[in-house]
Design a protein around this ligand. Sequence first.
Ligand code: AMP
Length: 262
Amino acid sequence: MAAITRLVKRVSSAAPTFSSHAPPLKERNVQWVFLGCPGVGKGTYASRLCTLLGVPHIATGDLVRHELSSNGPLSSQLSEIVNQGKLVSDEIIINLLSKRLADGEAKGESGFILDGFPRTIKQAEILEGVTDIDLVVNLKLQEEALLAKCLGRRICNQCGGNFNVASISVKGENGRPGMVMAPLLPPAHCMSKLITRADDTEAVVKERLRIYNEKSQPVEEFYRSRGKLLEFDLPGGIPESWPKLLQALNLDDYEEKQSAAA
Ligand code: AMP
């Protein structure tokens, strides 16, 4: 992972100078990226997979929110950008990500699943210059469900757990099947501590979706053209989607194989 911690040097460098130092896949843990619109569930599925595979889940949105809550020098600048649903500059996001990766490397972390990065072609190019990404999973859901999921999202301000109070039912149309997603309700002890993200209001979610289509959708094509993109249409909530995602990733019997090898 040493090469990727040098991301910060690349963001301001016009002429990229270093190549990938990633060892062959069998010698290291997975280096995956999760793409998808706001509200699609990148965090939920990426963090579950990270637990399964024993790699860190690195969500740049979490890094931004952590920086915001720390009241550091960037806080006020960041809160204005995030609360309008806009993207933080490549330079700031790469600084935050580099620091996170360097801290992880110092603790002996290896491999990762990136969630929310890259979000622009420039970020994708910088990432490609410093490390090998094995696979990019593109999670997809109808826009109607995305908005409802963002508006229903709740976070426990004590344990950090992610929940959803929305009961979603989307009618099938144009050959696409309908879909039902049950709420993901918090346990009783979190109920009084639920908060809503400041950028999960209807106006800001619509702006985030617009920006995703403009700036982040080209990143899908960037990875598609390199043969790294796995498209995954979520068939419903976690109970329906998780086993199918494991199948699509050839991980459906991973846990059994791991315990047999132990
Ligand atoms: P998320 O939790 O991924 O929805 O991210 C929350 C907010 O953090 C976004 O709306 C952006 O303002 C900012 N952000 C997160 N990741 C990035 C990124 N890769 N590039 C630019 N801004 C980002």
